[in-house]
Write a protein that binds this ligand. Structure first.
Ligand SMILES: *Cc1c(COP(=O)(O)O)cnc(C)c1O
Length: 233
C-alpha cells in the first residue's frame, strides 16, 4: 500500500478506536481529508485508497485542484473550510459541495444567491468561536441560534451543522471541554427546531477529544498527507 494509503488507514483506525472508547458507533464519524498545500496527485492517491471527501482552506488553491481532478469530480466531495471573504463566494458556490466556515449572514446570503439552480443546495456549517478570541473567525455562541434560523431559511443552502477550531489545550479533558461548548450550541439549535446532522470538530492532534465530545466529522491533514512545508497559498 502507498504511504498515503497507510496513513489513511491509520487515521481511520484512530477514529474507530475513539468511537469505541466513547461508546459511539464508528459509522457516525466521517473523515474529511484536508489536502491544503498538497497537489492533485496526493488527492488522487488518497482517492484511490478509498477517501472521497477533501477539505481546502484557500479558495483559489481549491479551485485549481477541483479543475485538475475534473475527471474524478463525480466521486469527490469538496469542502471549503477556510475563512471566506464576500468577494470569493461565487466560485465557491459554483464549485464546492460544502462550506464549513459560514460565520455571518451576508456570506450565507451570497452563497445562496450564487449557487447555480441546477445544483443541489450547498451544504453549510456555521463556524462557532468557542474560545472567544476577538480576532478569531466564527460567530459568538450566543449569536449562533439566530444566525442558524436565518441561514436555514435560505433556499439554495442546506444547513448541516457547526464547525469549530478551538485552541490546543493542555489536556484531553480541557480540549474536550472546548469541543463540548460547540456541542452545546449544536443542541441549542436543534431545540430551536432546526435539524442538524454534522458537528465538524477535531484535527490530527485532537480528533479523539473531538469524538468524545460528539464530533461527526473530523478534518485531518497532517496525519494523512504529512507535514506541510509551507503555509497554504
Ligand atoms: C489545516 C486545517 C485542518 C487540518 O489540520 P491538521 O492539523 O493538519 O490535521 C483542519 N481544519 C482546518 C480548518 C484547517 O485549516
Amino acid at each position: 500500500m502507498t504511504m498515503i494509503g497507510d496513513d489513511l488507514q491509520h487515521v481511520n483506525n484512530r477514529i474507530a478506536k475513539a468511537c469505541v472508547t466513547a461508546g459511539r458507533n464508528p459509522g457516525e464519524v466521517r473523515l474529511l481529508a484536508v489536502s491544503k498545500t498538497f497537489g492533485p496527485d496526493a488527492v488522487r492517491e488518497a482517492h484511490a485508497a478509498g477517501q472521497s471527501a477533501f477539505g481546502e482552506n484557500y479558495v483559489q488553491e481549491g479551485l485549481d485542484k477541483i479543475e485538475a481532478l475534473a475527471d474524478l469530480r463525480a466521486t469527490l466531495e469538496w469542502h471549503c473550510i477556510g475563512p471566506l471573504q464576500s468577494n470569493k463566494t461565487r466560485p465557491v458556490a459554483e464549485q464546492f459541495d460544502w462550506v464549513h466556515s459560514v460565520d455571518r449572514l451576508k456570506i450565507a446570503e451570497r452563497l445562496s444567491a450564487q449557487r447555480p439552480a441546477q445544483l443541489a443546495p450547498l451544504n453549510v456549517c456555521l463556524q462557532v468561536n468557542v474560545d472567544g478570541g476577538p480576532n478569531k473567525s466564527g460567530v459568538p455562541p450566543e449569536e449562533a441560534v439566530a444566525l442558524a434560523l436565518a441561514v436555514a431559511a435560505l433556499p439554495q443552502l442546506r444547513l448541516r451543522g457547526l464547525m469549530a477550531i478551538p485552541e490546543p489545550a493542555e489536556s484531553f479533558d480541557a480540549q474536550r471541554e472546548l469541543f463540548l461548548r460547540a456541542h452545546a450550541v449544536y443542541r441549542a439549535i436543534g431545540e430551536a427546531g432546526i435539524a442538524l446532522d454534522t458537528l465538524s470538530l477535531g484535527m490530527s492532534a485532537d480528533l479523539e477529544a473531538a469524538i468524545s465530545a460528539g464530533s461527526t466529522m473530523v478534518r485531518v491533514g497532517t496525519a494523512i498527507f504529512g507535514g506541510r512545508a509551507r503555509k497554504p497559498a
